[in-house]
Design a protein. Structure first.
Length: 314
């Protein structure tokens, strides 16, 4: 059987400061250098960081690519010797990683796991938030010394975008849904596709709030639930939490990162930059990546000169 790797599509949603400036506004002085300096995020069990980050053209469009590496270890407790289990406590170092491709025009991203224990979208978001926050604070300390304006804080939300079929498949596993909670985030020039979502967004703006929640209790319409999810989480404009029960009475609570199974792409060996175009073409052919909004496209074309200068400096 051919080897396959798991793949996720997400809305790479980043804004800056009180005015919610779009992602490319500070790509040159915040996001790009933060990705490139290989800051290490430490936890009690592992170290994570971005590596091999590269700004390049794929199919005439600028993308940011690289790896998210997690240095950790596997604990070995027993091994088999002569068909018998033998205690053999030890730690084996390992570094599972995921490859990412971020489209700077549409603000969509592809995350491909190199192996089963590779970092997922949730890990990617957690590491990026810490890396960007640390970089911004350090850069602002230097700017204080020279009198330069302070860099704004970044609001980072990497929102999973499951395919419609996979959403329906997951929802059908529920015998009863008790509640659906949608969490609305500040958008990076994306447009809410449904009237309910647009109404909530308008209310958020009227009270100057960066987040909002909308809860539906005991929904009964399968089609209504499906349509709601197509407009919200499948479009990457909101995250979701669903609580309910399975047919055997088991209580279930899932988030949008669990809604729908991860996609699969045929692939052998370890992922590298040489695989980026093949992965991008595979996703485009299957319509996994939606078109950029008009506002995002317009902002991208305004930033082309900056992106070209960054590439030429490499």
């Amino acid at each position: 059987m051919d080897e396959v790797k798991k793949l996720s599509i997400a809305n790479f949603n980043i804004t800056y400061g009180p005015d919610n400036d779009p992602m490319l506004t500070h790509f040159q002085d915040i996001l790009y250098p933060a990705f490139c300096n290989e800051q290490k995020v430490r936890t009690s069990k592992n170290v994570s960081y971005f590596s091999d980050v590269e700004l390049k053209l794929i199919n005439s469009e600028y993308v940011l690519t690289g790896n998210l590496i997690r240095e950790t270890y596997y604990r070995v407790r027993t091994i088999v010797v002569d068909n018998e289990l033998v205690p053999s406590p030890s730690s084996v170092p390992t570094a599972p990683y995921s490859r990412f491709i971020i489209y700077l025009k549409s603000h969509r991203m592809i995350l491909i796991k190199n192996e089963g224990h590779s970092p997922n979208l949730k890990s990617f978001q957690a590491v990026l938030r810490k890396v960007v926050d640390r970089y911004t604070r350090e850069a602002n300390r230097e700017r204080d010394k020279t009198g330069l304006p302070q860099l704004p804080n970044a609001l980072i939300n990497i929102v999973n975008m499951p395919l419609p079929d996979s959403i329906d498949e997951t929802i059908n596993e529920f015998a009863k849904i008790k509640s659906i909670n949608l969490r609305f985030l500040v958008l990076n020039n994306d447009i809410d596709p449904g009237p309910i979502l647009a109404c909530v967004r308008s209310a958020m703006n009227s009270v100057d709030s960066k987040t909002g929640n909308l809860t539906f209790n005991s929904p009964k319409s399968a089609k209504g639930i499906s349509d709601l999810f197509q407009d919200s989480i499948a479009s990457g404009v909101a995250s979701a939490t669903v609580t309910g029960e399975k047919s055997d009475g088991t209580k279930v609570k899932i988030t949008d990162n669990q809604l729908g199974s991860e996609l699969q792409i045929p692939s052998t060996g370890n992922l590298s930059g040489d695989d980026d175009k093949r992965i991008a073409d595979y996703c485009m052919k299957r319509n996994y990546l939606p078109e950029a909004s008009e506002d995002n496209a317009a902002f991208y074309y305004k930033a082309l000169n900056i992106l070209e200068l960054l590439v030429n400096k490499i």
